[in-house]
Design a protein around this ligand. Structure first.
Ligand code: SAH
Length: 287
């Protein structure tokens, strides 16, 4: 159920059938001190549901906009990104090229203005159409895995799930060419708009079903997916170069999603299952 549906159902009277026949209160109406507080039955929807009603992040974002940040720490400043990079390094990200790329790309340009103040926090954020931009920590971890053992820049890279285009922008600093596919037209267009500012000549945005990969750009030195399915689509393995690596979320035997690394070698395919993750589902077709 999305946020709008929650709000609509909260606006409904408790007993809609009683609202018509009931006596209307006289004036002045005495408001109970608990007016506006969700009733116990509403609160008993569960902790997640009651969290949805709290307009916390928006409130914080608006407060942030009202109080301008001190000089030198505005979102355009390198300082906020350096702080994010320091945190990533403390969390265990070691690849200097990944840290440098993350320090370069202005993440706040990829989210709604109301959420921009949270852009450098280690959190995933909504980007529209029910999708999310991954946490900086997850982006860095996946890019580090993608580059593991490769000293210099990657060659051609295929990204499945462009979303808002943030990860494609980071990748553009780590690869010679980036082919990024998105199945939702609205997001494909949003990413195009977001990326215009950066003028990244080596990022190619494609609209289509990424489960089929993009054969014209194959073979790829690396493939990275930002959406997880029940299995790795065979097209991705076919389009991966020998010596190449694929990093993607995938549903494992336990039903949980985990990060999977696939190496394509002369001897065949090697698959490694890593930590649990929470990505949006990989879906077929376009919309
Ligand atoms: N890397 C993105 C994360 C976006 S979330 C960013 O930085 O913003 C994952 C995206 O994968 C969603 O936009 C979703 O629509 C997309 N997706 C899911 N299945 C897909 C498929 N088969 N082909 C292409 N994109 C897909």
């Amino acid at each position: 159920m999305n946020l709008k549906e929650h709000r609509a159902s909260r606006a409904m009277p408790e007993r809609p059938e009683a609202a018509i026949g009931d006596k209307r209160p006289g004036f002045p109406v005495r408001l109970s001190p608990n007016a506006g507080v969700p009733s116990a039955s509403k609160r008993s929807l569960g902790s997640n549901a009651s969290d949805v009603f709290k307009p916390q992040p928006l409130k914080r974002a608006v407060q942030g906009l009202q109080k301008p940040l001190p000089a030198g720490v505005g979102l355009d400043s390198q300082t906020v990104r350096s702080r994010m990079v320091d945190k990533l390094a403390k969390q265990g990200v070691q690849d200097a090229a990944v840290l440098a790329a993350m320090g370069q790309v202005e993440r706040h340009r990829f989210v709604d203005t109301a959420l921009a103040n949270q852009a450098y926090e280690d959190t995933s954020l909504p980007i529209g159409l029910g999708q999310t931009i991954s946490k900086p920590n997850v982006v860095a971890r996946m890019l580090e895995l993608l580059r593991e053992g490769k000293g210099e820049k990657l060659g051609r890279v295929l990204e499945i799930g462009t979303g808002c285009g943030y990860q494609a922008a980071v990748l553009s600093h780590l690869a010679s060419e980036v082919y990024s596919i998105e199945r939702l037209r609205g997001l494909h267009e949003k990413a195009r708009e977001n990326l215009r500012h950066f003028r990244l000549a080596n990022v190619h945005l494609l609209f289509g079903d990424g489960m089929e990969g993009f054969a014209k750009g194959a073979p790829y030195a690396a493939i990275i997916a930002a959406a997880g399915g029940e299995a790795i689509p065979p097209a991705w393995i076919d389009q991966l170069a020998v010596g190449g690596r694929l990093v993607a979320p995938m549903q494992t035997a336990s039903g949980q999603q985990a990060l999977v690394v696939i190496d394509k070698t002369d001897e065949g395919i090697r698959q490694t299952v890593l930590e649990a993750v929470h990505f949006v589902p990989l879906k077929s077709g376009t919309n």
